[in-house]
Design a protein around this ligand. Structure first.
Ligand code: SUD
Ligand code: ADP
Length: 284
């Protein structure tokens, strides 16, 4: 038996850090939404008690460091599954980009194996399992649009933002999430974006207000470490994107664009800057 799952990328429309916690994580408030750029995951049952991973992407681990491997092992252990699984990851989402590619693969593996092995695990339990794998995994289990709190695992679904084009551009650098949080001085943040205001813009379906109210406190760290990310933001704004922000810990920058007529110009302008550029839609 074989099952397939799509694992879409996320962007953070807003990301605030409230404080550093005793356990080393940061208390966050984020508004996240999925975009139409996805890895495709194939899961095939094996009679032997083993987990095998393959991928066309040469730059991700294929052993127990892979988040899909960890998701499969977690389900097998918790539900005492004796069969094995062969997982093929067709990667489209750039890696270590701030787009939760690995987290979404893990979430898709949890959903897929729940179906493959007919385990009947309810969604909230899949999210609890996901939280053991990473802070972004619970959101990726259900996707959609949500406010995330805690370290990212406390989720409140909200309505979708107004539909628009999303231009993603990832400069050729890899950013470690742990490094960025590690360098953030949570009690010296200059400007906190407001979840309330972003939420209001979404409720009112005011694309212009949404663009004005985007904000991500992790930009302070990543833009200082990597000036090319700042230049990329400036370039996207110059080319005409209406709202521009770094996603997660970066380095991917996204631009929101309401008019299709502008998309090709922005896309082509950015291709001169970096090779990983995508013009996609929100997954509403
Ligand atoms: C910044 C965000 C925004 O969506 O995404 P990415 O840039 O990774 O996509 C997330 O908060 C990332 O979530 P995720 O990538 O799942 O992080 P985890 O594996 O749980 O944690 C990696 C490391 O980041 C730090 N970390 C993560 C989440 C959090 N709320 N506080 C933290 O301090 C911790 O040092 C942790 O060891
Ligand atoms: N299935 C996977 N896809 C991508 N990266 C993975 C995967 N499994 C483990 N990783 C590792 O996770 C780290 C973060 O990758 P990713 O989830 O793509 O980034 P981000 O957290 O910035 O969104 C990378 O160092 C990568 O090697």
């Amino acid at each position: 038996m074989k099952v397939f799952e799509k694992a879409p990328a996320k962007i953070n429309l807003m990301l605030d850090v409230l404080r550093k916690r005793e356990d080393g994580y940061h208390e966050v408030e984020m508004i996240m939404t999925m975009v139409d750029l996805a890895d495709r995951i194939e899961m095939q049952e094996l009679p032997r008690d083993t987990i095998m991973i393959s991928s066309q992407a040469g730059y991700i681990p294929l052993d127990e460091k892979n988040l899909a491997f960890q998701a499969a092992r977690l389900i097998k252990d918790r539900y005492d599954v004796k069969q094995g699984v062969y997982i093929h990851l067709d990667k489209k989402i750039p890696v270590a980009a701030g787009l939760a590619g690995g987290s979404s693969d893990a979430a898709a593996t949890l959903r897929g194996l729940n179906r493959l092995w007919e385990l009947g695990i309810p969604t909230d339990e899949l999210q609890r399992l996901g939280a053991e794998l990473g802070s972004d995994v619970p959101f990726c289990v259900t996707g959609g649009t949500a406010i995330a709190r805690g370290r990212g695992e406390k989720l409140e679904p909200i309505e979708s933002p107004p539909q628009c084009w999303v231009i993603l551009a990832k400069p050729p650098i890899n950013v470690s999430t742990a490094d960025v949080y590690g360098k953030l001085r949570a009690n010296a943040i200059q400007h906190h974006p407001s979840a309330e205001l972003v939420l209001e813009a979404i409720r009112l379906k005011r694309f212009d207000l949404l663009c004005d109210r985007l904000g991500n406190v992790l930009e302070e760290v990543t833009l200082d470490l990597y000036p090319e990310v700042r230049r990329l933001k400036e370039c996207m704004l110059r080319l005409g994107a209406e709202g521009v922000l770094m996603s997660g810990s970066g380095p991917t920058v996204f631009g929101l664009v309401s008019k299709e007529a502008k998309v090709a110009r922005i896309y082509n302008g950015l291709r001169g800057f970096c090779k990983d550029v995508f013009a996609i839609r929100l997954l509403t």
